[in-house]
Design a protein around this ligand. Structure first.
Ligand code: TRP
Length: 487
């Protein structure tokens, strides 16, 4: 077992955890989901999702990391040595990482190209045979390089530099936004609640999905980061800080994006296109637009890279622990694996235009692993730990019988799994088009077929990787799962 690394300070842990939470999700995904779900209306379910659902699970996750001092794989094994769910979660995170890095590559590409020549049009950029793939490879190598330097010299050092830079640049851009004529309209759009849409289950589903994605909760990332913490710290306070910081950055990004959208007559519901297609049109027209564009894409890149390192660390920690490899060797292997996994997604937005069922592979991955895999993983996480760990163990980990354990345990046992199951069913149903529920952004054109294919693909890839991992460790998977030669 490798020597356990530790954060050099509480602030370093907080910045790394905020770095994992703050990502592309806060900047374009939040404003997109907000735009597609009627602006201010969406804020109420989102804030409820963050504080009532994502935060308690986050408290549980960090606490488990700090108490169990293991990776996601050994944490599940602690409950039952047969549980290979930890590896399944690693696979899901790896698959998300593989396409998230493609978008990270675009942000890097846009920063560099804007600086060199002016922002390219997205259709031009994504029909290039080389650039999108090259930037994906660079983003992956940068992530691997940072992770290979370890917790102190790699992850925390980069987070300490990049996260404050992100916030500072966003503050300056938001201040610039107040000068634009569309500022007032943008603010009104963002903050006017519309209570009538609160009855729509898909609005809640979108809010939940976004809250779990944005806080990177239930995936083993915070558990892994929790294992590097010193014991005896006040974890609930930390989760509040992380959640508020994440929300703050999402709002700030909205304050940058919406004034521009309304000033230049763009559509606030443009979806993923907003950042790469619509905004560059506005950047080209505004005073000092080039500076604003470079700053905007650099923020996206900085935010993305602190998230990709957190995703990679989950797998690196798990493999290191089970194989006893050095950090550098493990990171090289994982980086290579992610390059292979992400290549089809990268190629789908290049001149190769790789598609599955008529949908670009990257969109396919986001619809399946990103939208469905994530709640399923969070569900497995909350159910396993809240149900299988003895209540006394949970209570003592969370600070005693009369502590917040009173709230966290029932929430993680009943309320969070219930909400996750319901919203996931709503999503699958929306893919089927039952009762006109195609309203869910992006689901109408994809449908159940893709979702089923996606789920099958995830299960098959997971099984193959789990079997490889077990073989490497010399264990017999059949025996582990209980099919072994019983006498
Ligand atoms: N939270 C990040 C964002 O908002 C993305 C992210 C980091 C993530 N780690 C994750 C998403 C794990 C899903 C799973 O962009």
């Amino acid at each position: 077992m490798p020597v356990m690394e530790r954060w050099s300070s509480t602030g370093a842990f907080l910045l790394a955890a905020i770095g994992s939470a703050v990502g592309i999700g806060n900047i374009w995904r939040f404003s997109t989901v907000l735009g597609q779900n009627g602006g201010g209306a969406y804020l109420i379910p989102y804030i409820i999702a963050v504080f009532v659902f994502a935060m308690p699970l986050m408290i549980l996750e960090i606490t488990l990391g700090e108490k169990l001092r293991g990776t996601i794989v050994s944490a599940f094994r602690r409950i039952n040595p047969r549980f290979v769910i930890g590896w399944f979660l690693c696979v899901i995170v790896g698959l998300i990482l593989s396409y998230y890095l493609v978008i990270t590559g675009w942000t890097l590409g846009y920063t560099i190209l804007t600086l060199a020549t002016g922002a390219p049009s997205f259709s031009e950029f994504s029909s290039n045979s080389l650039l999108p793939i090259a930037f994906f490879v660079i983003a992956t190598l940068v992530t691997g390089l940072i992770v290979s330097f370890g917790v102190n010299r790699g992850i925390e050092r980069i987070s300490i530099i990049l996260i404050p830079s992100c916030v500072l640049i966003l503050l300056i851009l938001a201040a610039y936004g107040t000068l634009l004529p569309g500022f007032y309209q943008g603010i009104t759009y963002m903050f006017t609640p519309d209570f009538s849409v609160l009855a729509d289950p898909l609005l809640w589903s979108a809010a939940f999905g976004q809250a779990f994605f944005s806080l990177s909760v239930g995936m083993g990332i915070l558990l892994t980061y929790g294992t590097y913490m010193k014991s005896g710290q006040h974890i609930p306070r930390f989760t509040l800080i992380i959640s508020l910081a994440d929300l703050f950055v999402a709002f700030l990004a909205g304050l940058v994006i919406f004034p521009i959208v309304f000033t230049f007559g763009l559509s606030p519901t443009a979806g993923a296109e907003l950042a790469f297609t619509s905004l560059p049109i506005a950047f080209a027209q505004m005073p000092a637009g080039k500076v604003v564009a470079v700053a905007f894409f650099a923020v996206l890149f900085f935010a993305a890279i602190t998230s990709t390192i957190s995703m990679m660390e989950v797998g690196v920690a798990a493999i290191r622990e089970s194989l006893g490899w050095s950090r550098v060797k493990t990171t090289i292997a994982v980086t290579g694996g992610i390059l292979l996994l992400g290549l089809p997604s990268a190629m789908s937005y290049s001149s190769f235009a790789l598609k599955l069922d008529g949908i670009k592979i990257l969109d396919f991955m986001d619809e399946t692993v990103g939208t469905l895999g994530l709640p399923v993983a969070a569900l497995l996480f909350s159910v396993t730990f809240a149900w299988y760990l003895p209540r006394e163990t949970l209570e003592s980990a969370l600070g005693g019988k009369d502590s917040i354990a009173r709230w966290i345990i029932p929430l993680c046992r009943y309320v969070i799994p219930g909400a996750l199951v319901m919203t996931t069913i709503a999503r699958i149903a929306s893919g089927l088009g039952i009762a006109n529920t195609y309203l869910l952004p992006g689901s109408g054109y994809i449908g159940l077929l893709v979702q089923l294919e996606g789920i099958t693909a995830i299960v098959v890839i997971s099984l193959v990787l789990i079997i490889i991992a077990c073989r490497l460790r010399g264990c017999n998977i059949r025996k582990r799962l209980g099919f072994g030669n019983r006498k």
